[in-house]
Design a protein around this ligand. Structure first.
Ligand code: HEM
Length: 343
């Protein structure tokens, strides 16, 4: 196998680590020294070799451990995966999209053999070899959405498109930045975005929705979003806020380099063929401040972005109380040199 999978945890002893390879390909999200919400969407046509944009569903060294963490979350809280009855077809569409993409993009790790509607799926990293009938739920251990997203990094929101809007009618959400599928299920694009500050007034959501409704099959799009997480936690859900919220108060000048993580989401958008649903994979990448500053232009720029970020955004993203500690740490990695546009 080409990828060496880490054996690590995202809870308890937090043994999660990024290798030098993972640091090098980290999707640093800032193109300039300041940040404001925008309709930052572009075509998802594959990216530079080795980058997180290269493949349709990026598989990296954290794959096996992330899937283990997802299984733990689901065992405690099965409502992290939901699909309203009319979304089963979209679930099959998604299973097909992922199986075809992964078997083509990573032939050494995944195999898909199709003989009519008789399919055999081999997932070598997770030790799975299943034969089933496409479109027959009784031949899989879970529904199609749950089956395939238990084997794919990132969260998945599956949106039904009707009445000139998108509706969150299905999803698998265990690695989210403080929002809840169980709360948002059945909501439309404007309803689930209601808590976001400033962006509504800037007209961002109206324009973004227009763009999304026109995403065509075979022409996916993407954007990056980011926030901050203390400790390498995947499951920062409202359901478990009582467990992780308190950890934000444990940050100190001594431990911030190891504990504070920049959390970047690679969000992609795919039109699904039979259901016409839109799927929204949200792939989370974590990097500790102490690793991030090993790339001098990243440390320099992150300092300026965090220092100058509008208060509303730092509050919404949940790090307003720790911002002074962050600025203090990052300022020591900003030599004042000008930065050039681009990442
Ligand atoms: C935040 C879902 C597309 C911009 C959020 C939140 C959810 C969400 C659940 C958290 C809201 C909360 O606080 O409860 C989705 C889904 C999308 C989608 C399912 C696909 C259909 C987009 C697009 C944009 C966008 C295309 C483009 C501009 C934002 C912004 C935030 C946000 C700016 C605040 C994030 C932050 O500051 O960390 N989204 N979103 N979203 N969304 Fe979306």
């Amino acid at each position: 196998m080409t990828i060496q999978f880490n054996d690590e945890t995202f809870r308890g002893d937090y043994s999660f680590r990024n290798s030098p390879w993972a640091i090098k390909r980290f999707p640093f999200p800032f193109h300039e020294d300041s940040y404001m919400y925008s309709v930052n969407m572009e075509q998802h046509r594959g990216g530079p070799a080795g980058s997180v944009f290269e493949k349709r569903f990026d598989v990296d060294e954290h794959y096996v451990s992330e899937m283990r963490d997802r299984a733990l979350v689901l065992a405690e809280d099965p409502l992290r995966c939901q699909s309203l009855p009319h979304m089963t077809l979209a679930g099959w569409d998604l299973l097909e999209l992922i199986m075809v993409s992964k078997s083509e993009d990573y032939p050494d790790l995944f195999e898909l053999h199709r003989d009519g509607d008789r399919w055999r799926w081999v997932n070598k990293p997770l030790g799975i070899d299943d034969t089933f009938t496409f479109m027959d739920e009784t031949t899989l251990p879970y529904g199609p959405l749950e089956y395939i997203t238990r084997q794919t990094q990132g969260d998945f929101a599956v949106l039904d498109q009707r009445d000139d809007n998108l509706w969150m009618d299905a999803g698998m959400v265990t690695t989210q930045a403080d929002w809840s599928l169980d709360f948002d299920i059945g909501m439309n694009f404007f309803e689930w975005h209601a808590p976001v500050p400033l962006a509504h007034e800037l007209g961002i959501f109206k324009r973004a929705l227009k763009f999304l409704m026109n995403v065509q099959q075979g022409a996916p799009a993407r954007r990056l979003n980011w926030t901050m997480t203390v400790n390498p936690l995947l499951d920062t859900s409202p359901e478990n806020y009582h467990k992780w919220g308190i950890q934000k108060t444990e940050l100190t000048a001594e431990n911030i380099g190891a504990k504070q993580h920049l959390r970047v989401e690679l969000q992609t958008f795919y039109r699904l063929p039979r259901s016409n649903a839109l799927v929204f994979p949200i792939r989370c990448y974590l990097i500790a401040f102490q690793d991030l500053v090993t790339v001098p232009k990243w440390g320099r720029r992150l300092h300026r972005v965090i220092r100058d970020l509008p208060e509303e955004l730092a509050t919404y993203k949940g790090f307003i109380a720790n911002r002074p500690l962050m600025i203090d740490y990052l300022s020591r990695h900003d030599d004042g040199l000008p930065t050039s546009p681009g990442v």
